[in-house]
Design a protein around this ligand. Structure first.
Ligand SMILES: O=C(O)CCC(=O)C(=O)O
Ligand SMILES: [Fe+2]
Length: 202
């Protein structure tokens, strides 16, 4: 037995799901294109096979205060990509291009990926290494995170790639080896000094 009204009332939901499906397929297609075309380039430019990885474990105790206690202050991370895993959500904020702090919601068991400083340098500022921080505020549970910087080999010289340069796009950063960049960071994974600022040319 059919219930036309019910079928009719489900139509907008079906259409919405259909639109969502198309959007997801589009996004997936774009990601696949980016991966297929960029994979070889980045692998080559960064000598990824002998890449250097740095992992940092952060432990934030529970905090019942609501005064915006800082877990980690504003910074960007070195490396090409940065992956983050955590046991619970709570406190990671990303600075938007409009200067607003946005709470990062990371679904359970997900790996959160960010762009690192060295992809910003390689792409001459086209891809941004986002400023982020951790605010520990009213966190009920102890939060444990592991951030891993995926970088090139230590002797790889990272500078803006020629593909991103022309007369109207001069280099925005001075080049450095990955080792020099990490040393400029004081061997510290967390760059609260913004090492990107030190090599910015314009
Ligand atoms: O613990 C977090 O949510 C972020 C940690 C972080 O930004 C870092 O270790 O560089
Ligand atoms: Fe970070």
């Amino acid at each position: 037995m059919k219930y036309p009204n019910q079928t009719f009332s489900m139509l907008p939901t079906l259409l919405q799901n259909y639109k969502l499906f198309i959007i997801i397929i589009n996004q997936l297609f774009i990601v696949i294109i980016i991966l297929v075309f960029n994979k070889c380039y980045i692998e080559k430019a960064f000598n990824f096979e002998s890449g250097f990885e740095v992992s940092a474990m952060n432990l934030y105790p529970p905090n019942f205060k609501s005064n915006g206690t800082m877990g980690i202050s504003d910074h960007t991370d070195p490396g090409l990509f940065v992956s983050l895993i955590q046991n619970v959500n709570g406190g990671l904020q990303i600075l938007s291009h409009q200067g607003k702090w946005i709470n990062a919601y990371i679904p359970r068991n997900a790996i959160f990926m960010q762009i690192g400083d060295h992809l910003e340098i390689l792409s001459n500022g086209k891809n941004k290494s986002h400023v982020h921080r951790v605010v520990v505020e009213k966190n009920k549970a102890r939060r444990l995170t592991v951030a891993t910087l995926h970088g090139p080999s230590l002797d790889t010289f990272v500078s803006p790639a020629v593909e991103f340069l022309d007369d109207s796009h001069p280099p925005l950063y001075r080049g450095k080896t990955y080792k020099q960049s990490l040393e400029a960071n004081g061997h510290d994974e967390i760059d609260v000094q913004f090492s990107l600022q030190q090599i910015r040319l314009a």
